[in-house]
Design a protein around this ligand. Structure first.
Ligand code: GLA
Length: 382
């Protein structure tokens, strides 16, 4: 939607004075999945799809918000007891509350917003929404909050107002994204590096199963608990282990008898995934996309068999990719539905998409959605 159109809708609801417009993107992640709450590495990039909001202070202590795509309104105050009932409004409320908790003053505002990140596809529409409002309020109110803390405000919103104990990757990518670059982030030290990503001869494409499983957030939180439990158990013998990122497979094997089989599998996946991100990082430096692709398949296997966050439809798309000779393919994001991310040679692209669509719809009755990845900039004022 154009900024003119958003402004027009804003004015229709809240009067003629002009609003400011802000936007934040969703993200992809090349590799490093379920590693960000284990102190390990991730490799995301912001995409050309996200959320855009028009916003203007209204001189009251209330927020009035209109979700254009849902045609729903919400009005809420800024105190802890004012939690709105609309699911989407909780994100905006949470961001305001997290700013206030950090000592910032938030004033009442009017806003309308719209997005083009597919919901539930694992491209972080919720982080895009949080980042848009965190970035906008910080900018408009001159709060002086740094970019790391803006990302943490979004993450705390998920923890405290949405109930997902997520890591920092999505909000970080949405705030720090840079056109044409992936970002390798060390979630323990928060050191990061931009990697130019222009794989000549290859394309990155997402295939969306359009499947979203119920209870994904409780299953996500359960994965996190397993990891933390495994890390704590290892730390009893190896006090230097703060997160699974610090552990080795050898250390994990030492405690095998002290943790459940399930926790063992989860931890094994995370320790192996940590190594894969390191390998992919080296491979990218060499421009070796075949290794990148091979690691993506390994990640899929781990996410499916050890971490158990894939699903039948995602495994099916992964099999189609492999059978077609696609360089790399894996489930992306939290899992339990959503997309596969595929690294495809230019010459295979058309036939792969055709194959995936035909075979998937023959089995599941609908085609997967196809999104070409364009790596773009992070949160900004338009
Ligand atoms: C979700 C979370 C992220 C990350 C991924 C899995 O997107 O929000 O913090 O844990 O899942 O890598």
């Amino acid at each position: 939607m154009t900024t003119e159109k958003i402004t027009e809708i804003f004015q229709k609801f809240y009067g003629n004075e002009l609003p400011e417009i802000y936007a934040s993107p969703g993200r992809i992640n090349l590799i490093g999945e379920h590693t960000d709450y284990n102190g390990s590495f991730v490799f995301p990039g912001a995409i050309d799809k996200g959320m855009t909001a028009a916003i203007r202070f209204n001189g009251t202590d209330k927020v009035r918000a209109y979700a254009i795509d849902l045609d729903e309104s919400s009005e809420f105050g800024l105190n802890e007891e004012d939690l709105p009932k609309e699911g989407w409004a909780k994100y905006i409320f949470g961001v305001c509350r997290e700013i206030i908790k950090r000592g910032g003053t938030v004033k009442g505002f009017d806003t309308v917003f719209t997005g083009d990140v597919p919901l539930g596809a694992g491209m972080s529409s919720s982080a895009a929404l949080e980042s848009t409002f965190a970035f906008a309020l910080n900018d408009l109110l001159n709060l002086g909050i740094d970019k790391f803390e803006l990302a943490r405000i979004g993450q705390s919103t998920e923890h405290n107002y949405v109930g997902v104990k997520c890591g920092i990757m999505d909000q970080f990518a949405s705030i720090f994204g840079k056109k044409g670059h992936l970002i390798r982030l060390d979630t323990k030290s928060m050191e990061y590096a931009y990697f130019p990503f222009d794989p000549k001869g290859y394309r990155l494409v997402l295939l969306d199963t359009v499947v979203k499983h119920e209870l994904a957030s409780s299953a996500y939180n359960k994965r996190r608990e397993s990891c933390e439990h495994a890390a704590r158990t290892i730390a009893k013998r190896h006090p230097e282990v703060e997160f699974l990122r610090d552990a080795t497979l050898g250390m994990l094997d030492e405690v095998k008898g002290e943790i459940s089989e399930e926790d063992y599998m989860r931890a094994k996946y995370v320790i192996e995934e940590t190594q894969r991100v390191r390998d992919v990082s080296d491979a990218l430096e060499r421009g070796d996309y075949e290794t990148v692709g091979a690691k993506m398949y390994e990640t899929h296997h781990g996410m499916s068999k050890l971490y158990e966050v894939s699903c039948e439809e995602l495994d099916f798309l992964n099999d189609v990719a492999r059978a077609h000779g696609v360089t790399g393919s894996r489930v992306m994001g939290g899992g339990f539905g959503g997309c596969t991310i595929n690294l495809v040679k230019d010459e295979l692209y058309d036939s792969f998409i055709r194959d995936a669509k035909t075979q998937f719809s023959a089995k599941y009755g609908h085609e997967p959605k196809v999104y070409d990845v364009v790596i773009s900039d992070g949160a900004r004022r338009l």
